[in-house]
Design a protein around this ligand. Structure first.
Ligand SMILES: *[C@@H]1O[C@H](CO)[C@@H](O)[C@H](O)[C@H]1NC(C)=O
Ligand SMILES: *[C@@H]1O[C@H](CO)[C@@H](O)[C@H](O)[C@H]1NC(C)=O
Ligand SMILES: *[C@@H]1O[C@H](CO)[C@@H](O)[C@H](O)[C@H]1NC(C)=O
Length: 148
């Protein structure tokens, strides 16, 4: 191998090593290494903030274009839920096409929804800049019947 070709190949390797990955979530110019999503599930079809919470309901994160659900978790007794996405899940996460659902009846909520499901869209709440990774925190809006 000529010295020149060698230098050329090494420079390509260096460029590959220092370039950030071309995929992945970026918000406000910050690349996001981790995502957390929280919200409160209530036993209401219209997002009534005074409705009793849903305890132990299964909350599912779905993103458009993906055939499988991205993540799921159970609600706490006060209806609160929190999901942490892994780095790989974060790569597949596109906030505008992702939403949260809970199938009714769920946990201790025995009401029926015509669609069988409550859904909520996600809103970016904050980005915490860390030493190793930036964490984006999303809040799921009120969970409503038939928003999609
Ligand atoms: C919560 O739900 C899970 C799955 O639906 C079930 O296996 C578990 O027994 C429930 N826990 C309580 C405390 O109801
Ligand atoms: C579900 O259980 C929680 C915790 O015990 C309670 O606060 C809530 O009111 C219950 N929700 C319903 C719809 O019964
Ligand atoms: C970042 O590093 C500094 C110095 O090592 C440390 O004091 C700080 O707690 C770290 N912050 C986070 C969010 O880990």
């Amino acid at each position: 191998m000529s010295r020149r070709l060698k230098a050329y190949l090494i420079s390509i390797l260096l460029i590959m090593a220092v370039s950030p990955p071309s995929h992945g979530l970026s918000l406000g110019g910050l690349s996001i290494g981790q995502v957390e999503i929280n919200g409160i599930a209530r036993c209401s079809l219209n997002g009534d903030p005074n409705a009793p919470p849903i305890s132990n309901g299964t909350v599912i994160l779905t993103c458009g274009g993906l055939t499988a659900n991205l993540a799921e978790t159970l609600t706490q007794p006060n209806g609160f839920f929190l999901m942490f996405l892994s780095f790989l899940q974060t790569l597949l996460f596109t906030p505008s096409s992702c939403y949260i659902t809970i199938n009714l009846p769920a946990g201790n909520c025995s009401i029926y929804s015509p669609d069988g499901v409550l859904s909520a869209v996600l809103t970016l709440a904050s980005v915490a800049v860390g030493n190793n990774t930036n964490v984006a925190s999303f809040v799921a809006g009120p969970m409503l019947d038939n928003i999609f």
